[in-house]
Design a protein around this ligand. Structure first.
Ligand code: PRX
Length: 633
């Protein structure tokens, strides 16, 4: 039953794609019927891109947690839902069955209710990659609270911004977390963030490391103590298809991250459909997505997708290189992973660590390999295919975004055409186009342009939280009647898409998005900094690195110290993950007479393409370019 609607051949794919274009409503109605709906929908789709409003499955009611848990109890109650692999390989892995997970979620949902959380309230989750995070997320969904998971690498300031933007009333966290050899005091970061948040009245703390942090009386409660007071029955709240399911913040080309909003019915439908089809999921798969739940990949394809399909999903607390670069391969061997989904950055860093780490383990259980988050270069693709997949496993290079909710362009493993470094063809139901500068569709193959989508799909962004106009301006105003992705792409002679990268001021570092303005704002908080300009440059491991050109109050005597100082500022403003890779101190920036920074020139310098800086004569001070080139790092 759960595996119906799975496309199993190129011919079936072509037929489904055609059907989805000819009669989208009939197509999506069939896809959505794979889920359990408490009440059927009245209308499949209402839409307009200008002004922007889409509604999928209006009138329908469902609950995603019921689709992840309750409906599996009869047939899969004793099946493993989550295999938890801890940070330290010496610690025991834990298996949680669907039934156990169901009870844990119900109980914690009652804890939330007991602490005043109601349908529609926003709850911030700032947690390690441990089963409690999955439980807390599903518990929010169960009672209709809107979860806003903040990746635990973000700083107190970033968390406070996100909490304030969504006016969260509750924060769920843990005492601390382990990441490789490091331990991070999460509760302390939450305390610091909450100094600047007035909407939070409750913090629920999970005891993970036995650290016993200070608890604020009247505000903080222990997760395990709260559990003593609740029972294990909690019916799933009937949610309207268009009720909000979650908010997830992501960076754009402006300084302030936006809260991408996804709703219940469309998101569940599309994630379920894309998951089963892209990975060609089988009942006995042991599936492992290495992303953190703090990112969209973790939401859609670590948590919701696998659980809706009723398969076993690995959740890993640690990092690929701890205690050594064989860790990923040892986990695949240990748990018999069949489908493995990771990011090019991880592949490149493990590739650099040498093949011996891979050869030490038995990877024969693998059936499908996936890649996500950034373009995968051919060298990494081949290494992955050859050394990890042993030339037996199809590689799916999945292109999508926080805003798209689910995978948009990708091969279906072993079923549809695939090619190294190409995402491939769109999933049936997805209608991508390439646009030229004027916003006209570029027809035919062997073409390059701006990647846009011309027809709605169920899991598309509904709004940016609290600011619908911003959503319209960001995604629907550049090209009227299209959703604009911000990516450039090429369609090869056979119609397969290759993603070239961002065409806006977004840098994709190790698959994580940052706006240049966001990083500049952070750098500018340092008391010595007067102005800065940030660009991306090709980085062997991270895909893109962050290169910052910085003007200080005076040229520093001790550049190393000042760099450290700026790293500190960025870590505290955004988080460790946004630290610039290179900081060059300059006395000026290349600006036009109207004061606009010519980033094109800075990008060329950062990319070391000094021969093609272009015309600099229109600059306010053309000589500054010589200084910048001379001081290049
Ligand atoms: O530039 C594209 C790149 O990542 C961006 C989306 O980032 P985010 O919302 O953080 O989501 C990442 C995980 C889905 C896109 O605009 N991107 C994502 N997947 C790929 C990719 N670039 C090339 N190939 C991919 N497979």
């Amino acid at each position: 039953m759960l595996y119906k609607n799975r496309i199993r051949s190129q011919a079936e794919y072509e037929a489904a794609r055609l059907a989805s274009i000819e009669n989208p409503e009939a197509f999506w109605a069939e896809v959505a019927s794979n889920l359990h709906w408490q009440k059927p929908w009245d209308k499949v789709l209402d839409w307009s891109f200008d002004p922007y409003e889409v509604k999928w499955f209006s009138g329908g009611k469902l609950n995603i947690s019921e689709n992840c848990l309750d409906r599996h109890l009869a047939d899969r109650g004793d099946k493993t839902a989550i295999i938890f692999e801890p940070n330290d390989p010496k610690d025991l892995a834990r298996r949680i069955t669907y039934r156990e997970l169901y009870f844990e979620v119900c109980k914690f949902a009652n804890v939330l209710k007991r602490n005043g959380v109601r349908k529609g309230d926003r709850v911030c989750l700032y947690m390690p990659m441990i089963p409690a995070l999955a439980v807390a997320t599903l518990a929010c969904a169960r009672i209709g609270a809107i979860h806003s998971v903040v990746f635990a690498g973000f700083s107190a300031n970033s968390m406070a911004d996100r909490i304030n933007d969504a006016a969260c009333s509750v924060v769920i966290t843990a005492d601390g977390m382990s990441r490789g050899p490091k331990q991070i005091p999460l509760k302390r970061v939450v305390d610091e963030a909450l100094d600047n948040c007035s909407t939070v009245n409750r913090v629920i703390v999970y005891n993970h490391l036995n650290w016993m942090p200070e608890m604020v009386s009247g505000r903080d409660v222990w997760w395990h103590e709260e559990l003593q007071h609740v029972d294990s029955e909690c019916p799933a709240e009937p949610m309207d298809a268009e009720d909000m399911l979650f908010i997830l913040y992501t960076s754009g080309s402006t300084g302030k991250p936006k809260g991408v909003v996804h709703t219940c019915g469309g998101y569940a439908t599309y994630v379920d459909y894309s998951f089963r089809n892209v990975f060609q999921i089988e009942e006995n798969d042991i599936y492992w997505c290495t992303a953190d739940i703090g990112w969209i990949t973790g939401h859609s394809y670590l948590l919701y997708g696998p659980l809706m399909s009723g398969i076993s999903s690995v959740m890993f607390e640690g990092i690929p290189t701890y205690p050594d670069p064989g860790r990923f391969w040892s986990v695949i061997d240990k748990h018999g992973v069949t489908v493995f989904y990771t990011a090019p950055t991880a592949i490149r860093s493990l590739m650099a660590a040498g093949i011996d780490h891979v050869l030490a383990f038995n990877l024969h259980s693998l059936r499908v390999l996936g890649s996500v988050g950034e373009p995968i270069n051919e060298e990494a693709w081949h290494w992955y295919y050859l050394h990890v997949g042993k030339e037996r496993c199809p590689v799916v290079d999945t292109w999508w975004q926080t805003e798209t909710g689910g995978i948009m362009i990708s091969a279906m493993a072993g079923v549809t055409a695939s090619k190294p470094a190409h995402a491939g063809q769109p999933l049936p139901g997805i209608q991508p186009v390439l646009l030229n500068q004027e916003g006209q569709e570029i027809e035919g193959n062997d073409q390059e342009g701006y990647l846009a989508v011309k027809f709605p799909w169920p899991s598309m962004i509904r709004t940016t939280y609290g600011d619908h106009e911003r959503c319209y301006q960001t995604y629907f105003s550049a090209y009227k009647n299209y959703y604009f992705t911000g990516d450039g792409a090429r369609r090869d002679e056979n119609g397969l898409y290759r993603i070239i990268g961002r065409v806006d001021d977004v840098i994709n570092v190790s698959g994580h998005r940052f706006g240049t303005a966001e990083i500049e704002n952070a750098i500018n908080q340092n008391k010595h900094v007067i102005e800065s300009a940030v660009v991306g440059y090709p980085h062997d491991i991270k895909g893109q690195g962050i290169y910052a050109f910085v003007i200080c109050d005076k040229m520093p005597d001790n550049a190393t110290q000042l760099r450290e100082d700026i790293y500190e500022t960025v870590s505290s403003e955004i988080g460790r993950i946004a630290k610039p890779d290179k900081i060059q101190f300059v006395t000026g920036l290349p600006k036009t007479r109207s004061g606009k920074i010519m980033r094109r020139i800075l990008r060329k310098v950062a990319e070391n393409e000094l021969g093609s800086l272009g015309d600099t004569s229109t600059l306010l001070d053309p000589l500054i370019v010589d200084e910048i080139v001379a001081g290049k790092l």
